[in-house]
Structure formats: structure tokens, C-alpha cells
Design a protein around this ligand. Structure first.
Ligand code: LLP
Length: 463
């Protein structure tokens, strides 16, 4: 058995530096299906495979480090989200999690919409043939040029983030002889955390316009008076990597309250609400994400209930999952370079990538898991920290994990759930060359974002 929905319980536990316990799975060779994409398994020799291809073959052909993206799994997740929300709602994939032309084509084929937050993302989306009306433009400081490009292309919506932007978008649209569909992004006073949420009395962040103090109501007032704008709805995004639906419920309730106020004041029922993205995924076996259908039901129920109570017709709901679609679809493959046991502490395993291909551990203290990928092993578990090759001690890929004690230089190890915010936040720190993204499907693999080269680096260096 090479995959398990229920990995075996701990044999012994090690106390981590932050005081929590970490225990190795009974069999380190078993893959917990929560953190791996659906076609990942081990072949008869014990090598990790994705889409029917072994990692050793993939490493030979594409090198390491590299991100391998399971196209079958990506498409299945797109369908799960759009089926869960159904024809009465819209799913916008958040391109910031990971965007490339191939991804845009898959989204288009699977019937999803796309949320972009910069001219670069917009260009990629349009270049790969995403119909403009299926694109939403986000951002808290869109330039006039970005707004012009979006309005000219005919994007389906622009999400307005400030009072200045209400006027800016209205002017651009008017100048171009268009009426732009817009939503207003509000901050609902909910601060979402991974496993909990706390309501905040006031908002202290750069996004959106506060519901508190009547600011959002004032924004609606202004947007409704401007000819260049067609105000179609209210948008709220409460955070990221959230498991608890309670924050979304509070958010939905407060947005519906605003819709009711708008109806009372202006006699207008805004037809759309967008509840953003932020749904959590499993990075380790300890994470328990919700399925799309549970999320859709929970959000649909709360919006319907609140609207009924307020005497409003239920608006069209949209959501913007990024991580929940692409995160679990990819793993990063590294080659082990050096192994340094520190007596009484842990063993440092250095790989050929690091914080330049996954900044999330250093930036957010994110937790990842790791598996020996090129083979299986019956050796005892050893507590490791997987680190990169960059010139700083915070260059950590996986903080605390277990790998077999016979791990050796040249072994391939894989870090799952790196599809979201790893390649998209990758850097050239220490002049590292950003790794390729290789799409794997049905026994075939192709590069969708190529590895950077030294020529790429030198091309930008024009001094
Ligand atoms: N919609 C809006 C308006 C957003 O700002 C975001 C994420 C999303 C949707 C998608 O959120 P998701 O479903 O992917 O969580 N770099 C961080 C995450 C930053 C998220 C920014 N906005 C990370 O690596 O965790």
C-alpha cells in the first residue's frame, strides 16, 4: 500500500523547539493522500510517481529543483469547485496563487473565471485566450494604465478598493465611452486566522473600504452617482489558509446587511456578492480542509438565510479560491546535497533550492511535510530540518519533519502542496535561477514555465 487516507499513528514523539510534539508516521514510505495530488503514488520499486512518471525520470529530464504540477488533479479541483457552486454562482480562480498560459487555458476549458491583480496577470490571461468578460481585476492601487487596459479589454468586473479608485475607474470608463461593471471591496471587521477568527472593532489594513462608520455605504453612494460605473455588487475577502467557516459566515452576514441598507436608501438591489478566497489546504497530515461542496453549501445557506430575513432576493454568489485549487496539485522535487547531524538537536538536510523557490516557511512560519521520493527505506525515522542553499540561516524549506536515517546525498526528496504561492513568490536571491513548472498528465510531462537561465539574469543586468 503506497497511499493512505489515514496514516498510522505515532510511535514516538519529539518535542520541537516551539514546544509542540511531532511524531513520525508508522511508515514513512506511506503517502498521506491529504497532502499529495491525486495521481501521486509509489511504483513497484518504491519510487514516487506522478501521472505515471517516476521522479527519477522526471529529475533526469527536467533537473532539480523543479515544481511538478499534476494537471489531472488541477482540472479535477476546478470541476469540484464549479460543480459545488453550480450554475447559479461563479468561481474565480485567484491567479496570484500561480498563473501561466497553460493554467489559463485549463481554467477556460473547465469553465472557471479568473481573478487577476496586476497588468502582468491580465496580460497572461488575455494572451492565453481567457475571454475578458470572465476576468475580474483586483488590487489596492491599480495604476491608471492598468485600469485603462482592463476597461479597454472589457473585463467582467473591476473590484474597487478605495474612494480614489471609484473616481479613477469612472473617469477612465467615461473617457473610453464605456460603462464598467464594478464591485466595491469592503472590510467587514473580521480578522480570520487559520483555526479561529476574532471580530475586530476597527480595521487596520490596506485593503477595502470599512463597513464600520458608514464608509462602505458612502462608497456605494458615490459609485451609484457616476455614469462610467455599473455597480453590481459587494466584495469581501477575509484572509487566507482558513479552515473555520465562521469568519465567512460573519462576513456574508455583514455584506448582506449592507445590501439591505443600499436597498433601503437607494431602492436598488445589488445583484452580486463575492466572498473572496482564502480556503485552507492540507500542508501536513494535521490539516483538515473542507471539501468544496461543504463550503458551497455553507456559504449558500448563510447568504440565502440572511437575504430571506432582510427581504432581499438572493444575489449571485462568487468565490475566489487560489490556494485551494492549485496548492495541492504540485510538489517540489529537490536533490539532497549535504546531510549534517547535530547531536541532540536534529539533522540538517541541504537541498539544491530553498527560500528562492519557497519563501513561505521563512515568511509565514508555514509548515510543510517532506518524503523520500526516489526510493523507499526501512531505516528508522530521523528528525530533520530541510534547508536550502542560500546564504542565510532562515533559509528553511521544512522546519520539522522525519526522513529515513539512511538518507544520502543524491537522494530525491519531495515537498508536497507547493502549487500555490511558491513559484509565484519565487525570487532570484543569491542569483538563484527560478525552477521550472512541469505539467504532468497521463504519462506525459511538459514544461509550462521554463527554468531560468544565467542568460535570463544577465539580460536584465544592463549596467
Ligand atoms: N481573492 C482576493 C481578493 C485575495 O486577496 C486573495 C489572496 C485570494 C482571493 C486568494 O486567496 P487563496 O484562496 O489563495 O488563499 N502569499 C500568501 C497568500 C496571500 C494571499 C493574498 N490574497 C501565502 O503564501 O499564504
Amino acid at each position: 500500500m503506497s497511499r493512505s487516507a489515514h496514516p498510522a499513528g505515532p510511535r514516538h514523539a519529539d518535542v520541537m523547539s516551539d514546544g509542540h510534539y511531532l511524531a513520525p508516521a508508522d511508515d514513512l514510505n506511506v503517502l498521506d493522500e491529504k497532502v499529495w495530488s491525486s495521481t501521486v503514488t509509489r511504483d513497484e520499486h518504491g519510487a514516487l510517481t506522478v501521472g505515471g512518471l517516476t521522479v527519477s525520470r522526471l529529475a533526469e529530464e527536467f533537473g532539480t529543483p523543479a515544481y511538478f504540477l499534476d494537471e489531472t488533479d488541477f482540472r479535477a479541483r476546478c470541476r469540484a469547485w464549479s460543480d459545488a457552486f453550480g450554475p447559479g454562482a461563479d468561481v474565480f480562480y485567484a491567479g496570484k496563487a500561480f498563473l501561466s498560459r497553460a493554467v489559463v487555458r485549463w481554467l477556460k476549458e473547465e469553465g472557471l473565471n479568473l481573478d487577476v491583480c496586476s497588468a502582468g496577470e491580465l496580460t497572461t490571461a488575455l494572451d492565453a485566450g481567457m475571454p475578458a468578460e470572465r476576468i475580474a481585476l483586483h488590487g489596492n492601487n491599480k495604476s491608471v494604465e492598468e485600469i485603462e487596459r482592463a476597461v479597454t479589454a472589457g473585463v467582467g468586473r473591476i473590484v474597487l478598493d478605495s474612494f480614489q479608485e471609484i473616481v479613477r475607474v469612472a473617469h477612465v470608463a467615461q473617457r473610453l465611452g464605456k460603462r464598467q461593471r464594478v464591485q466595491i471591496r469592503v472590510t467587514v471587521g473580521v480578522e480570520a486566522h487559520t483555526h479561529e477568527f476574532i471580530a475586530t472593532a476597527h480595521e487596520d489594513q490596506k485593503f477595502g473600504i470599512a463597513l464600520a462608520g458608514g464608509q462602505a455605504a458612502e462608497a456605494v453612494r458615490r459609485a451609484l452617482t457616476l455614469d462610467g460605473l455599473e455597480l453590481v455588487g459587494i466584495h469581501s475577502h477575509i484572509g487566507s489558509q482558513i479552515f473555520d467557516m465562521a469568519g465567512f459566515e460573519v462576513s456574508a452576514r455583514r455584506v448582506v446587511q449592507l445590501l439591505a441598507e443600499v436597498r433601503d436608501e437607494h431602492g436598488v438591489e445589488l445583484p452580486e456578492i463575492d466572498l473572496g478566497g482564502g480556503l485552507g489546504i492540507a500542508y501536513t497530515s494535521e490539516d483538515d480542509p473542507r471539501e468544496p461542496y461543504e463550503i458551497a453549501k455553507s456559504l449558500g445557506d448563510i447568504v440565502t438565510r440572511e437575504c430571506e430575513a432582510a427581504g432581499l432576493a438572493t444575489p449571485r454568489i462568487s468565490v475566489e479560491p487560489g490556494r485551494a485549487i492549485v496548492g495541492p496539485t504540485a510538489f517540489t522535487l529537490y536533490e539532497v546535497g549535504t546531510i549534517k547531524p547535530l547531536e541532540g538537536l536534529r539533522t540538517y538536510v541541504s537541498v539544491d533550492g530553498g527560500m528562492s523557490d519557497n519563501i513561505r516557511t521563512a515568511l509565514y512560519d508555514a509548515e510543510y511535510s517532506v518524503s523520500l521520493a526516489s526510493r523507499t527505506s526501512d531505516a528508522e525515522p530521523m528528525l530533520v530540518r530541510v534547508v536550502g542553499k542560500h546564504c542565510e540561516s532562515g533559509d528553511i524549506v521544512v522546519k520539522d519533519a522525519f526522513l529515513p536515517a539512511d538518507l544520502a546525498p543524491g537522494d530525491l526528496i519531495a515537498v508536497p502542496a507547493t502549487g500555490a504561492y511558491c513559484r509565484s513568490m519565487a525570487s532570484n536571491y543569491n542569483h538563484a535561477l527560478r525552477p521550472p513548472v512541469v505539467a504532468v498528465r497521463d504519462g506525459g510531462a511538459r514544461v509550462i514555465v521554463r527554468r531560468e537561465t544565467e542568460e535570463d539574469l544577465l539580460r536584465l543586468d544592463v549596467g
